[in-house]
Design a protein around this ligand. Structure first.
Ligand SMILES: *Cc1c(COP(=O)(O)O)cnc(C)c1O
Length: 396
């Protein structure tokens, strides 16, 4: 069966993902995923920070089914109850004043760029440059690739969308030197996910806020990965005590149903006016129902608190492991349930492969870092399974 799927994939699907991991999942339950032979895998990646509720969450599924029975899609031409209510939920629990829904992280970031640019356009100020960071990841569309500070993603697509430039992360002098009178926005991830879980320093982020205030620059946080409780805070900006002018969100927002959001504070939230931006699918009745159910379940099950608690537990145990295997683990980084375990370069790939072979899903990023982003419903005994397994793998 798997051989057949691989054959079809190779024949009919564009090969952007190379040789994928040789498994195809049939169903899931909590942290567990089962392949077609019923073999269990423990999902410590959560669809890359998407499946915050785990798999097959009963209440989530029933909310989705309930919405399917009513209506899936109408149109942005009409008012959409779930969309309005989900926007309200986000605004009432964050620094945002208004929200616009997209279908993905990249698309939410595109919306953020457009919002920052149109803000100055409407003021009659000629500002259009956007500064981002090296090692960042903002998506795969043309503008978000131009924003993504990784040569491997940009190279085939030059000339890139103009107006973007990258500077060294956590280096305030570098970013202030890059600011010109044309700088419209600075966009950063508070914890760079894709390139290996690299958190920004608190002082750096606070200085950025000041710089943006002084120079009238829109500060954008890409919280596509760090948002929705991942770091033990509903959004990571709270951990830094710094409010952005815009933050974007996607991955966990729909619990696996595609939805992204551009969330804007008072300063810029009214810059989009009729005709300035749009979407066919963004925040449709079904996707927004998923977002609403995610918020309901987060509240009922205290999942943000659980992410903080379990994040602290896992980090403590991993730190002990780092001490024990000081010759193999070089650093443990992250916040809440977004954790990078950096290994000696020469063993990282083998450790990742062994974890997979033993039924543990993680990701290898930045070349030498095992990233975990497990569902927020994770328990101590789930976490122990992974840490004991990693301990065992590092013993060998
Ligand atoms: C995943 C991710 C994106 C892109 O999201 P897509 O839904 O794949 O377009 C953008 N920014 C960050 C920080 C991400 O982690």
């Amino acid at each position: 069966m798997l051989e057949e799927i691989i054959r079809l994939d190779k024949k009919y699907y564009m090969n952007t993902f190379g040789d994928r991991l040789p498994v195809c999942f049939e169903r899931g339950e909590g942290l567990k995923l089962f392949d077609e032979n019923g073999r269990v895998y423990y999902d410590f990646l959560g669809g890359i920070a998407v499946n915050a509720l785990g798999h097959g969450h009963k209440e989530f599924i029933s909310a989705l089914k309930n919405q399917l029975d009513k209506v899936i899609h109408t149109s942005s031409l009409y008012y959409i109850e779930n969309q309005a209510r989900l926007a309200q939920r986000i605004v009432e629990s964050t620094c945002a004043d208004k929200v616009f829904f997209a279908n993905s992280g990249a698309e939410a970031n595109e919306g953020a760029f457009k919002l920052a640019k149109i803000y100055f356009y409407k003021k009659g100020v000629e500002k259009y440059e956007i500064i981002t960071l090296d090692k960042s990841f903002h998506g795969r569309t043309l503008a978000t690739v131009a924003a993504t500070g990784q040569e491997k993603y940009q190279k085939p697509y030059k000339p890139l969308t103009p107006g973007f430039k990258q500077v060294k992360p956590n280096d305030f002098d570098a970013i202030s030197a890059a600011v010109t009178d044309k700088t419209a926005a600075i966009m950063i991830e508070l914890i760079q996910g894709e390139s290996g879980v690299h958190p920004m320093d608190r002082e750096y982020v606070q200085k950025l806020r000041k710089l943006c205030d002084e120079k009238d620059i829109i500060l954008i946080f890409d919280e596509v990965q760090t948002g929705m409780g991942r770091t033990g805070h509903l959004f990571a900006y709270r951990m830094y005590g710094v409010e952005p002018d815009i933050f974007t969100c996607a991955k966990a927002l729909g619990g696996g149903i595609p939805i992204g959001a551009v969330c804007a504070g008072k300063k810029v939230s009214s810059a989009f006016e009729p005709g300035d931006h749009g979407t066919t699918f963004g925040g449709n009745p079904f996707a927004a129902a998923a977002g609403l159910a995610v918020f309901d379940i987060y509240e009922k099950e205290n999942l943000v608190e659980n992410a903080a608690k379990m994040g602290a537990y896992i980090t403590e145990r991993l730190s002990a492991l780092a001490e024990k295997h000081g010759d193999k683990i070089t650093e443990v980084r992250g916040a809440g349930l977004l954790i990078g375990i950096q290994l000696k370069d020469e063993i990282a790939k083998a450790v990742f492969n062994t974890l997979f072979a033993d039924g543990f899903l993680t990701s290898l990023c930045g070349g030498n870092t095992i990233r975990i982003a497990p569902p927020l419903i994770i328990t101590e005994s789930d976490a122990d399974l992974f840490i004991d397994e990693l301990d065992k793998v590092l013993e060998d």
